[in-house]
Design a protein around this ligand. Structure first.
Ligand code: NAD
Length: 294
């Protein structure tokens, strides 16, 4: 049974969940909070570490820096050579961990394969871990405790809040189980009292799972993975995927067809992407407030 029931005249246009719009509202609120902090003599500071010259990472870092500027957060990009040794990268993190000007540290992923990503993420001071990837912060999230939560799944939660999507008791299917997207999304949904099913590359019959979902959240990185027949009538569909196909950015969901079945759906671009950036800004301000409260 669909959780939303507004198709009363045969028209089946879903509501577009505009991350772009919601993110703008959040950025306005963050900018006000930054102004308040500045009055108290604190300028929130974000350090971004970029290793190598991956074009997608370069783009994300540029977008993050621009967003920081818009809301008044001081940000600095540490550009490091792709051949850097793990030890040297750890030294940069140690320096930022103790810098009083820096409240948030973000290591742009993926890192080159010779670097031990887990060791790097674990080195970030837990109170500056604005990406929420440190095992300590992940543990707090799973236990339902307050803390710094990974930006992309947190952004999805904010979208649900903005569009008043009820979560309690809903059947949710998450496709993709990475540490940065699927797993924290699972924890947030479970903590919201949803019944959560999480699928991945080894899931035997993906469609069997997705078809049952009132809310379907997909973060895989495979364009066209989710087709119309895999979606329950009236489902809420959130597409986290970002793929470049023939120079165009698309998600993991076959948007044009799936929208015929969905009650709410996120576009790509303009859906989860802008929310991720807004959450990074929000987490940076949260890191400042957590420091002040200690
Ligand atoms: P990842 O490669 O680390 O994880 C992919 C996950 O998908 C894995 O759990 C894997 O088992 C699963 N998977 C792969 N093929 C599958 C299949 N055929 N069926 C079911 N599951 C399958 O990727 P990631 O870092 O989690 O990113 C996932 C996607 O989300 C990418 O497209 C990425 O660009 C995008 N992303 C978007 C944002 C955003 O702000 N919108 C942020 C982060 C990641």
């Amino acid at each position: 049974m669909a959780i939303f029931n507004f198709f009363d005249d045969g028209k089946r246009e879903p509501i577009l969940m505009s991350g772009k719009k919601v993110a703008e509202e959040i950025k306005k609120r963050v900018a006000e909070e930054v102004q308040e902090l500045k009055k108290q003599g604190i300028t929130p500071g974000l350090a971004v570490i970029l290793v190598g010259k991956d074009p997608a990472s370069e783009t994300y870092v540029k977008m993050k820096s621009k967003a920081c500027k818009e809301v008044g957060i001081f940000s600095f990009v540490h550009r490091l050579p792709s051949g850097i040794r793990t030890e040297d990268l750890l030294e940069v993190i140690d320096m930022l961990n103790t810098s009083p000007k820096i409240h948030g540290i973000l290591v742009q992923l993926p890192l080159p394969s010779h670097i031990d990503t887990n060791q790097v993420l674990e080195r970030v001071a837990i109170e500056k871990d604005v990406d929420g990837f440190h095992p300590y912060n992940m543990g707090r999230l799973v236990e339902g405790l307050d803390g710094l939560v990974p930006c992309t799944p947190l952004g999805v939660m904010e979208l649900f809040k903005a569009y008043k999507i009820p979560l309690e008791g809903q059947d949710v299917c998450i496709v993709g189980a990475s540490n940065i997207v699927g797993k924290p999304m699972w924890a947030l949904m479970l903590n919201s009292n949803a019944t959560v099913d999480i699928c991945h590359i080894y899931t035997r019959d993906l469609k069997e799972h997705t078809r049952r979902a009132d809310i379907l959240i997909v973060g895989v990185g495979k364009p066209g993975l989710i087709t119309e027949d895999m979606v329950k009538d009236g489902a809420v569909v959130v597409d986290i995927g970002i793929n470049r196909v023939n120079g165009k950015i698309v998600g993991d969901v076959d948007f044009d067809r799936v929208k015929r079945r969905a009650s709410y759906i996120t576009p790509v671009p303009g859906g989860v992407g802008p929310m991720t950036i807004a959450m990074l800004l929000q987490n940076t301000v949260k890191a400042v407030k957590m420091k002040k409260a200690r």
